[in-house]
Design a protein around this ligand. Structure first.
Ligand SMILES: [Zn+2]
Length: 170
């Protein structure tokens, strides 16, 4: 039913035709971020249009999905909605990096073909957190991790309110 984004296109030809690409990417089709998201994640929708600005091929549109990640603290699932505005300038030579139109991010490709699903996954990699974690976990954490001796990493920051509390006591 849905149109897959696993297609390879000629960006220059697409730009000249102002081609619009609308499609979806399912969990099973992910190659780069499959390990980072849960299988219950919603499909990734993209609505992208090729056009030209000066000599540049640009790709604009949106990528959206209701991804599900696993919380590193409680290991429960965590909703992670994404809605990314895309403004890419497609280049195949790094020497054009400094010339791309204002407000556009470079999308460096090898050769003269561009795989839409790769572009979509690359954009998602940029917004996924290094460590997914609920602001407030929905379940109580095991007592071992809730005990006061438990230290999360070595760079646990001191609670600034602790200092305030001791000031007030005096
Ligand atoms: Zn959690």
């Amino acid at each position: 039913m849905s149109k897959t984004l696993q297609i390879e296109v000629d960006p220059l030809l697409c730009a000249n035709q102002e081609r619009r690409i609308v499609g979806e990417l399912e969990y099973g089709q992910l190659t780069r971020i499959q390990d980072d998201v849960e299988p219950s994640s919603g499909s990734i929708k993209a609505d992208l249009t090729f056009s030209r600005i000066r000599k540049f091929v640009v790709l604009t549109g949106r990528i959206s999905s209701n991804l599900v990640l696993q919380c590193a603290a409680c290991l429960e699932s965590m909703d992670f909605p994404v809605d990314i505005e895309i403004k890419l300038a497609v280049i195949n030579n790094e020497s054009f990096l400094s010339l791309i139109p204002d407000g556009y991010e470079p999308c460096l490709i090898e050769g003269d073909r561009l795989t839409i699903s790769s572009v979509v996954e690359d954009e998602l990699v940029l917004v996924l957190p290094d460590i997914a974690r609920h602001a407030v976990c929905p379940v109580e954490l095991p007592s071992s991790s809730a005990s006061k001796d438990f230290v999360l990493g070595t760079e646990e920051k001191k609670n600034p309110f602790e200092a305030l509390k001791s000031l007030k006591k005096n």
